[in-house]
Ligand binder design. Structure first.
Ligand SMILES: [Zn+2]
Length: 476
């Protein structure tokens, strides 16, 4: 019989599994133990986490019951706490919007108990890179994202954002999930120029842009975003970006960069981005990493090693990637463009500094044009983690939770931890998978059972139950 390692080598997956195989083995052991005890994972279509019909209320006469004061408990669930540590079985108790107890404790009296048997519980997933601000502002209910277990998103990426950050949050119809905004470079230009134009900005204009940026950050923007491949952002100079990043650094935000080239000039473009971040000493998010055109594919390992080296030298740098080899633009006649090779995508998905983010927008008629809007997380967890075994389940969950939470400076989300916000996702690791395709991009995924946002059940078994439990995520 092959050992597990030989099996993985046979799959050609040794490069990426070598770093983090232990947790996955632990997860397999847990699954096997459950199967041995006859607790087979429920097959599709059946609810895995119904409330007990009798409510499982505990006997109020039982004086020895000293469980935590709470509103509800998820019982017998595999807890993947977001830290990257191996999962374990236990209970999680929630009171109001907070997690109040984790592990092994007596079930308290008269609380709702949710059966988590054969399911996993993770912190709500955090999607750092989206273009959903217009969709949300138009009243979008975020079902595509809630259905994947996403409870927090950041919009305003690649240089385009609302002009008035405070105004956005004051007038957005509802927040189905927690939502934060970056301030965009193009938007800053528009605030100064009105209708934008080609050409470099003058020093005077740069000063005005800095003022607008400082106001946006004071209003809660989490940082500055750029998309330097797009007109007119192509005119932004390195010096200008350094001066804007200084304002962001002073306010405690981060620099989110779609670098100047994701094709032939990718290495020089990444060098510029690292130079800017190093000069200012600002945390940096390198967005939707990719290297387009086959002639550039062999540059990608160098991209990843530059990321690692910059991090080792002390720069607070992380990146993000989506779990597809093609990108899309809404207006193009050829909607899907190859963006990365499969081999490079797998290297990125497994890299410890790379978070998983969708880069998705929702466009005309609230339709998705790319399946990532409905399938990014289940595709990562189902296809790449369970089927291809690129990394352990707990390492994968960390890329969806604590890693992006650290980028945002969150100290109350991204982990299952006492005192943290009860953003939680209950899912079946044995069945979670994406169903959206290029031909049919707006199809819900399978395997996510229940999703809570700030303690409220927002999504359960394919249905939206609550569309207003999110909160503005503002930089403090
Ligand atoms: Zn971009």
């Amino acid at each position: 019989m092959l050992t597990r390692r030989q099996f993985l080598i046979g799959l050609g997956a040794v490069v990426v599994t070598a770093a983090v195989p232990l947790g996955w083995l632990h997860y397999d052991a847990v699954t096997r133990a459950n199967e041995k005890n006859g607790k087979a994972a429920p097959k599709g279509g059946k609810n895995g986490a119904q409330e007990d019909p009798k409510g499982q209320d505990q006997d109020p006469e039982n004086a020895s019951n000293t469980g935590p004061a709470c509103d509800w408990v998820i019982d017998q669930v595999l807890i993947i706490d977001g830290s990257g540590q191996p999962p374990y079985h236990g209970k999680v108790a929630v009171k109001g919007d907070k997690i109040v107890a984790i592990g092994d404790f007596p079930l308290p009296s008269r609380v709702k108990v949710i059966d988590g048997k054969n399911l996993a519980l993770a912190p709500g997933f955090i999607d750092l890179h989206t273009h959903t601000e217009d969709y949300l502002y138009a009243g979008g209910n975020m079902s595509p994202f809630l259905s994947q277990g996403i409870t927090t998103q950041i919009g305003g990426n690649c240089g385009r954002s609302p002009k008035d950050i405070a105004g956005f949050f004051a007038t957005v119809p509802k927040l189905p999930i927690n939502y934060g905004l970056l301030m965009g470079y193009t938007t800053l230009r528009q605030l100064v120029h009105g209708r934008d134009r080609s050409g470099k900005t003058t020093l005077k204009e740069q000063g005005q842009m800095q003022e607008h940026l400082a106001k946006a950050l004071a209003d809660g923007a989490v940082g500055l975003s750029v998309g330097l491949e797009y007109w007119p952002q192509t005119y932004a100079t390195t010096e200008e970006l350094i001066s804007l990043c200084q304002v962001v650094k002073d306010a405690g935000g981060f620099y989110s960069t779609h670098i100047r080239s994701e094709y032939d000039g990718v290495l020089e473009a990444l060098e510029e981005a690292i130079l800017i971040a190093n000069t200012v000493g600002i945390p940096m998010q390198y967005c939707h990493i990719k290297v387009g055109y086959e002639r550039n594919w062999d540059k990608f390992p160098r991209v990843l090693s530059m990321l690692t080296e910059a991090h080792k030298s002390g720069l607070d740098i992380t990146a993000d990637v989506y779990a597809y080899t093609y990108s899309s633009t809404d207006l193009s006649k050829t909607p899907f463009v190859p963006s990365i090779s499969e081999e490079n995508l797998e290297l990125a998905l497994a890299h410890p500094l790379v978070a998983i983010a969708s880069d998705s927008g929702m466009y005309a008629g609230m339709r998705a044009t790319h399946p990532r809007a409905y399938g990014n997380v289940p595709r990562f967890l189902g296809h790449y983690v369970r089927e291809k075994k690129l990394l352990s389940l707990e390492a994968a969950v960390a890329k969806l939770t604590s890693l992006p939470a650290r980028r945002l400076g969150l100290t109350d989300r991204g982990l299952i931890k006492e005192g943290y916000q009860a953003d939680l996702v209950l899912f079946d690791p044995a069945t979670i998978i994406d169903k959206a395709t290029r031909e049919k991009p707006s199809v819900f995924s399978e395997g996510v059972r229940q999703v809570w946002v700030n303690g409220n059940l927002a999504w359960a078994d394919g249905k939206l139950l609550n569309d207003s439990s999110g909160r503005p995520l503002k930089k403090k």
